[in-house]
Structure formats: structure tokens, C-alpha cells
Ligand binder design. Structure first.
Ligand code: SF4
Ligand code: SF4
Length: 361
């Protein structure tokens, strides 16, 4: 989900919903938040509160499901921007997860646990870089280093960019700060003469594609850049794949990761709601900050769905989803797809606790 909505575009969306929504209920049936209300049309008519705006996880499922091509997510995004413009919320309150603030949680986590990539070799003048994304490079340095080593050997990838793609700023509605952040990232990439970026995270992949592909920078996924089929195994436990929201419309990661897992020897068992119908994991749009009740419900419902599929492993190609599923108890092993493909086993159940420990020590 590239966050390029301007205020005007989203206001138009609210007006469209008010005028055109047939109240068919398809979107509300697929969304725990919308199900709390009569319909998007009713919400558009009475006006969107800031509480509404931040109770939406920006998962885009409503947009994918609407037979009239309407986009309820758009009107909530617009209200987020308006909230920030009218200073109805203090932006400083959210600096702890904002990429343009040095003292954000992920920076602290990496400093506290000594996670650092500055000692990795790089090739001066290389035009191809690895872009792991903040969550993966913070919570799995083992995967990040292994992927980088393989990309250097197989793809001639000569450097690693440890930047954020900027999505959290757009999602919060802080469009001015987000625009500045994006501009400095684009400047850095063009100054270095980078011609291709290999992304591990679906959020980064679609965000970078929207910003940089028009400038001639090629954006690839790690699953198309690397061949994971070597070392195929038998007798692996059944695995189910959670599809992540930013991949909802194109399904690129969904296809590539299932192929890679099958080539590796995993039997995929599917949950009832996959691809465009996949629910949010509960981490989208900073939902766990604003509506922890809804975020927990999304996690619990998805874990139940995964257990009912007969899988022993719940895998996701987005580290934020992995961490969110791993924080509640279940009978499943929750892993990143790359853990399975690389044979690097990691237990993420304690990660959120380890992050909290930083602030009490
Ligand atoms: S974007 Fe997702 S959470 Fe928001 S209204 Fe649409 S379906 Fe519901
Ligand atoms: S799916 Fe579309 S038409 Fe149906 S209730 Fe939702 S926004 Fe309205």
C-alpha cells in the first residue's frame, strides 16, 4: 500500500462513499472495526472522528472487497492527515515509533543489543543495494546478514541501506514530515548512483516502488533475487502462510514465498482467508497503540484460523506480522518465511518483552 493519498483525493473518496456506497455490507463483514458501525456510508454522512481514523489499521481489505471500487480506508487516511494538520493529537507523543526521530524504539533496541551493520563489507561504486527494512534488520540480524552475504555472492549486490522506507510517517498522517523523509531518502539513493534495490519487506517494496521506480530505480524482492530451492528437504511440518496487507493488490510476495517454500519441501496448508481476503495481523496503522483491543482480537482470530488449517507453522513474509502473532500464546511455531528458507530458527515470543526491558533497565 503506497501511501500517496493527497488530502483532496481522500476527501473525494469520502464524498464518493457518502454518495455511492450501496451499504452492501461486504466490507463490514470482513472488518472488525467497520462491523462496529452501520456502514461506511453512514460514517461518511455523519463525519469521521479522529477515533474512527485511528481505529482503522489501513489494511486495504475494504478497498479490495468493494464491488463499486470505493475505498473506505481512504477516508480514514484523510482524517488522519486532518487530525495532524489541526493539531488534534500531539505528534511528539508518537516519536517513539517515528523513523525521523533518533530516539525511536528500533534504534534503541539495536543500540541496546549491539545490533550494528557498519562492519559489513561493501563495494564502492556498486549500483545494487540490499534494503532489509527496519523491522527485519532490528529483530533478526541473523537473517539480515545471511541474505546480504548471499546477495553479494549471487547478485553482485554491493551495499546495505539501513534506512526506513518512511511508511509509519505517512500512516500517522504526518505527510509534511513524511515528504521530507522521502526526499532525503531519494536524494541519498540518487547521489550514490543506486540503480537497483532488493527489498525483504513488503511494506518497503511497495513504498520504494511507488517512489523510486518512476526515477528509474529497479526494485526487486529477495525472493526473485535469490534461489532458495537448494537443499530441499522431506518430512517438514505443514506450514500456513499469512498474507501481509501491502501485498494485497499485487500478490507478488504471496506467490513467490509459497513457491519458494514448496521448492524447499514445505507442504502449504491454506487458511480460509488468504490473498486479497487476508485480515490485518493487528500491527497495521499503529493499531496496537490506539486500539489494543482490536489488535488483540485480530491476532487471536488469525491464530485460531491458522490452528484450524492443520498447520504446525504459521509463516509470514513481513516481520511486523511475525512479531505480532508471536506475542500471544498458540500451539503454532510462528516464523518469518526467511527463517524457513534459510534454515535459521529463531523464537520471537520474547521479542516484545526484550524491547520493553530496555525502558525499565
Ligand atoms: S482498511 Fe482495513 S481496518 Fe480499515 S476500514 Fe478497511 S478493512 Fe477495515
Ligand atoms: S463494500 Fe463498498 S458498497 Fe459495500 S458497504 Fe462497503 S464501501 Fe459500501
Amino acid at each position: 500500500m503506497a501511501s500517496d493519498n493527497t488530502a483532496n483525493k481522500v476527501q473525494t473518496e469520502r464524498a464518493r462513499i457518502k454518495d455511492e456506497c450501496s451499504q452492501c455490507g461486504l466490507c463490514s463483514n470482513g472488518c472488525a472495526f467497520l462491523a462496529e458501525y452501520t456502514s461506511p456510508a453512514e460514517m461518511a454522512a455523519r463525519g469521521i472522528s479522529k477515533e474512527d481514523a485511528y481505529s482503522c489499521s489501513l489494511c486495504a481489505k475494504c478497498q479490495a472487497l468493494c464491488p463499486l471500487g470505493l475505498n473506505p480506508m481512504g477516508m480514514f487516511q484523510e482524517r488522519r492527515v486532518e487530525t495532524m494538520q489541526k493539531q488534534e493529537l500531539e505528534p511528539e507523543e508518537f516519536n517513539y515509533f517515528m523513523p525521523d526521530c533518533e530516539d525511536n524504539v528500533m534504534n534503541y533496541y539495536r543500540q541496546y543489543y549491539g545490533i550494528d551493520y557498519s562492519n559489513l563489507e561493501s563495494d564502492k561504486g556498486s549500483t545494487s543495494y540490499f534494503f532489509p527494512g527496519c523491522t527485519l534488520m532490528t529483530y533478526s540480524p541473523a537473517i539480515t546478514r545471511e541474505i546480504y552475504n548471499r546477495l553479494r555472492l549471487k547478485q553482485g549486490c554491493g551495499g546495505i541501506l539501513t534506512d526506513c522506507c518512511g511508511l509509519p510517517l505517512y500512516q500517522m498522517g504526518l505527510n509534511d514530515r513524511a515528504g521530507k523523509f522521502t526526499n532525503s531518502l531519494v536524494e541519498k539513493i540518487t547521489d550514490r548512483g543506486i540503480k537497483s534495490l532488493i527489498a525483504a519487506c513488503p511494506n518497503c517494496y511497495y513504498e520504494l516502488k511507488a517512489r523510486l521506480q518512476p526515477l528509474g530505480v529497479k526494485i526487486l524482492t529477495v525472493y526473485e533475487a535469490l534461489d532458495f530451492s537448494l537443499g530441499s528437504q522431506t518430512d517438514l511440518p505443514p506450514c500456513t502462510v499469512h498474507d501481509s496487507c501491502p501485498d494485497r493488490m499485487e500478490g507478488k510476495f504471496a506467490r513467490q514465498t509459497r513457491n519458494a517454500l514448496q521448492n524447499r519441501g514445505y507442504k502449504i496448508v491454506e487458511m480460509s482467508n488468504i490473498l486479497q481476503h487476508s485480515p490485518c495481523c493487528g500491527s497495521g496503522g499503529q493499531l496496537s497503540h490506539f486500539r489494543p483491543d482490536l489488535a488483540d482480537k485480530l491476532v487471536r482470530d488469525r491464530l485460531t484460523e491458522a490452528e484450524n488449517s492443520g498447520a504446525q507453522i504459521l509463516a509470514s513474509y513481513c516481520m511486523s506480522c511475525v512479531l505480532n502473532f508471536a506475542r500471544l500464546e498458540s500451539g503454532l511455531k510462528v516464523r518469518h518465511v526467511l527463517n524457513l528458507l534459510l534454515g535459521i530458527d529463531e523464537d520471537y515470543t520474547e521479542v516484545k518483552k526484550r524491547a520493553a526491558e530496555i525502558f525499565v533497565s
